[in-house]
Ligand binder design. Structure first.
Ligand code: PAF
Length: 278
C-alpha cells in the first residue's frame, strides 16, 4: 500500500493504478463502517484509493475540530489489511491554499435536517469531496448510509456537475446493541454510551409501527420523539420523516420514507436513520 500527501505525488501514483478505481473518502479514526466501504470497493474495483483528511471547512467554529479523534498509524494498518492500494492524506495547505475562495454548494437539499443547525457543514463537505474526486479521478465512490443526507447531497452534486462517477451508498454498520458506528461514539462515557442506544431503539420502534400498519408521518415521528423524551441523558434535536431523495418533510400517509434524527447525549451530537417502506 502506497501513501502520498501532495497532489503531484497522488497524480503520479494514480496514473499507475489499474482501472477501475474506487475512492473511499474518510476523515480517519476508522471503524468497521469505514472498513465496510473499503471492502465493498475492493470487491467492485480493480484499485482502491482511500483518503484521510480531517476537513476543517465542514466544522463550525463551535464544533471542536481540534478534539476530533485521530490515529493515523492504526488507520493505515487497517486500510492495508483490507487491501487498499493507495492512501492520499492531503496537507491542510495542499487542500486549502492561501486565498482559497472557491466553493461548491448544493442548494435546497442542504437547507434541511443537518443543514438547519449546521448551515455551513455541507458546503465544506461538497467542496472537499469535489476536490478529492478531481484529484483521484475515480470511477466509483463509496459513502455510508449513516450520513444519509450527505449521500443524497453528493449524488446531486455529481449529477449537476457531470462528474463521471457512480456513487455507491453502503448500509449502516451497527454495534451489537444497534448503535450506529461513528468516530464520535468515543466521546461517550459508559452511561452516555448506554443512553445512546435510544437512537436505534426509537427508530426501530417507528419502523415496527410502520410495519404494523401505521402510515401517518406525524405518528411515526411521535413514536421516536416519545422514546427519546423518556431517556434522561438524551435530548432530541430533530426527528424527520422525509422523502428519501428530495428530503422534503412528509405529512399524512406515507408509503416510503427516510426517518432520520439528531440527538445530543451530553455534549456529543449523534445522528442515525432508517428507511421504511423500501
Ligand atoms: O463522511 C465523512 O467522513 C466526511 O464528510 C467526508 C465525506 C470524508 C468529507 O470530509
Amino acid at each position: 500500500m502506497e501513501t502520498v500527501t501532495s497532489l503531484s505525488e497522488l497524480r503520479a501514483a494514480r496514473a499507475e493504478l489499474p482501472e477501475h478505481v474506487g475512492i473511499v473518502p474518510t476523515m480517519g479514526y476508522l471503524h468497521d463502517g469505514h472498513l465496510s466501504l473499503a471492502e465493498r470497493a475492493r470487491d467492485e474495483c480493480a484499485s482502491v484509493v482511500a483518503t484521510i483528511f480531517v476537513n476543517p471547512t465542514q466544522f463550525a467554529p463551535e464544533e471542536d475540530l481540534d478534539a476530533y479523534p485521530r490515529d493515523l498509524e492504526r488507520d493505515l494498518g487497517l486500510l492495508k489489511e483490507v487491501g487498499v492500494d493507495l492512501v492520499w492524506m492531503p496537507a491542510l495547505k495542499g487542500m486549502y491554499p492561501d486565498e482559497f475562495q472557491t466553493w461548491v454548494t448544493v442548494d435546497d437539499l442542504t437547507q434541511v435536517l443537518e443543514g438547519t443547525s449546521r448551515p455551513t457543514h455541507f458546503r465544506g463537505v461538497t467542496t472537499v469531496v469535489a476536490k478529492l474526486f478531481n484529484g483521484v479521478q475515480p470511477q466509483k465512490a463509496y459513502f455510508g448510509q449513516k450520513d444519509a443526507q450527505q449521500a443524497v447531497v453528493i449524488q446531486r452534486m455529481v449529477k449537476d456537475l457531470d462528474f463521471p462517477i457512480e456513487i455507491v451508498v453502503c448500509p449502516i454498520v451497527r454495534e451489537a446493541d444497534g448503535l450506529a458506528m461513528s468516530s464520535r461514539n468515543t466521546y461517550l462515557n459508559p452511561e452516555q454510551r448506554q443512553a445512546a442506544t435510544v437512537l436505534y431503539r426509537s427508530l426501530s420502534a417507528a419502523k415496527a409501527a410502520f410495519e404494523a400498519g401505521e402510515r401517518q408521518a406525524e405518528k411515526l415521528r411521535a413514536v421516536v420523539a416519545e422514546m427519546v423524551d423518556a431517556e434522561p441523558l438524551a435530548q432530541l434535536e430533530y426527528i424527520s420523516c422525509a422523502h428519501p431523495e428530495t428530503l422534503r418533510e412528509l405529512q399524512g400517509a406515507v408509503e416510503r420514507a427516510l426517518l432520520s434524527m439528531a440527538v445530543r447525549v451530553g455534549k456529543t451530537r449523534l445522528i442515525d436513520n432508517l428507511e421504511v417502506g423500501r
